[in-house]
Design a protein around this ligand. Structure first.
Ligand code: GLU
Length: 295
C-alpha cells in the first residue's frame, strides 16, 4: 500500500513537471529564465506602481501569436519569447514574481487604448516607439531594433523587396506601422492591401495563397519562417527602423524612468543578452542592445 502511494506521488510529480514545461510538442523546451525579485521597491510619484503594489500583481500587455517574441503554448498555456521575458524581468525589478503576472493579450490596433485606459500596467509586444503614439502613451526603451521586411512563399521568386510589390496582395495588421508604410509609400494598389488583427491570420492567408506577401518587422517574420521553412521565407531587405519600446501610461514619468532604469541595468549586467540568447537569438543571428533614449 505504502509503495503504491509513493509511486502515485512520484507519478503526480512527473505529470506536474510536464505541465510546467514550456515549448509545445516537437519543440525543444526553452531554457527557463529566472530573475531575482527586487525587495522594498519604491517608485515615488508613480500612480502605476502604486496600483501594482496594492494589487500585488502586474497586468502585462502582450501578443500571444508571435513566435520567438510572444507566444502562448496552446497545450500548456505557458507564455514564452523575447518580449515576454523582457516583461518578466521588468516585473521582477518592480518586486513582482513571475507567478503574479496577469497576461493581457492586446492586438496592435488596441494598444494605445489598453494602456491609456489602464487595462494594462505596461505593454511588451513588438511596439514601435514613434511620435504619433507618444501623444497617447509613454515609451521606455528602446530595448530592441527591428526593421520592416517581407514574408513570402518559399517558391516565390517574383518578390525581392518593397519595390516589387505592385500588383501583389500584401497583408499586414490594423494599427501597425508596416501597414501605414505600405499605404503611404503606395507599395501596392490600395485594393491589394489586406488587413487583419494579427500576423498569424496574415500568415495563414499567405499559405492559403489568398495573399502574396506579409509585411511587418523582420523579427516577427523570421519567427514564422522558422516554424515552416518548407513553405515560407523572409525576403531580407529591411526598409524601415522599428525601435521596440515598453508602452507605459503617458503621464507617469516616474514609472517610465523606473522601467528605463531596469532596462539599462539589464543591458549592462548581461541579463538582456541572456534573454536574447534564450529566445530570438536561437535563430543564430547575433544582436546587441540599443542605447536607451530617455525623453
Ligand atoms: N513594430 C510594428 C508596430 O509597432 C509592427 C509590429 C506590431 O504590429 O506589433 O506597429
Amino acid at each position: 500500500m505504502r509503495r503504491v502511494s509513493v509511486i502515485l506521488v512520484a507519478l503526480a510529480a512527473l505529470v506536474l513537471a510536464g505541465c510546467g514545461r514550456e515549448g509545445g510538442p516537437g519543440q525543444t523546451p526553452s531554457e527557463q529564465l529566472t530573475f531575482p525579485v527586487a525587495q522594498n521597491v519604491q517608485v515615488p510619484g508613480s500612480a502605476t506602481f502604486a496600483k501594482i503594489q496594492q494589487a500585488g500583481r502586474v497586468k502585462m500587455g502582450v501578443k500571444n501569436d508571435q513566435p520567438g517574441l510572444g507566444v502562448q503554448d496552446p497545450t500548456t498555456g505557458q507564455y514564452t519569447g523575447f518580449d515576454i521575458e523582457m516583461g518578466r524581468m521588468i516585473a521582477a525589478g518592480l518586486g513582482v514574481p513571475a507567478d503574479r503576472i496577469d497576461y493581457v493579450v492586446v492586438p496592435s490596433a488596441a494598444r494605445e487604448d489598453a494602456i491609456s485606459r489602464g487595462d494594462v500596467d505596461y505593454y511588451v509586444g513588438t511596439y514601435t516607439i514613434n511620435d504619433n503614439r507618444k501623444q497617447r502613451v509613454g515609451f521606455a526603451g528602446p530595448y530592441y531594433q527591428a526593421g520592416q521586411d517581407l514574408l513570402v512563399r518559399a517558391d516565390d521568386t517574383s518578390i525581392t523587396g518593397p519595390q516589387t510589390l505592385m500588383g501583389k496582395k500584401v497583408c499586414s495588421v490594423t494599427g501597425s506601422t508596416p501597414i501605414q508604410r505600405v499605404r503611404q509609400q503606395n507599395l501596392t494598389q490600395p485594393e491589394n492591401v489586406v488587413e487583419f488583427q494579427t500576423y498569424s491570420q496574415c500568415v495563414n492567408q499567405l499559405i492559403a495563397r489568398q495573399v502574396d506577401a506579409v509585411t511587418t518587422d523582420d523579427a516577427i517574420l523570421k519567427g514564422f519562417a522558422a516554424q515552416d521553412p518548407q513553405q515560407l521565407k523572409v525576403v531580407g531587405q529591411v526598409f524601415s527602423q522599428e525601435p521596440y519600446g515598453i508602452g507605459v501610461p503617458r503621464d507617469d514619468v516616474a514609472f517610465r524612468n523606473k522601467v528605463n532604469d531596469l532596462l539599462q541595468q539589464a543591458e549592462t549586467d548581461g541579463t538582456w543578452q541572456r534573454i536574447y540568447d534564450a529566445t530570438l537569438g536561437k535563430s543564430g543571428t547575433p544582436a546587441t542592445p540599443p542605447a536607451i533614449q530617455r525623453y
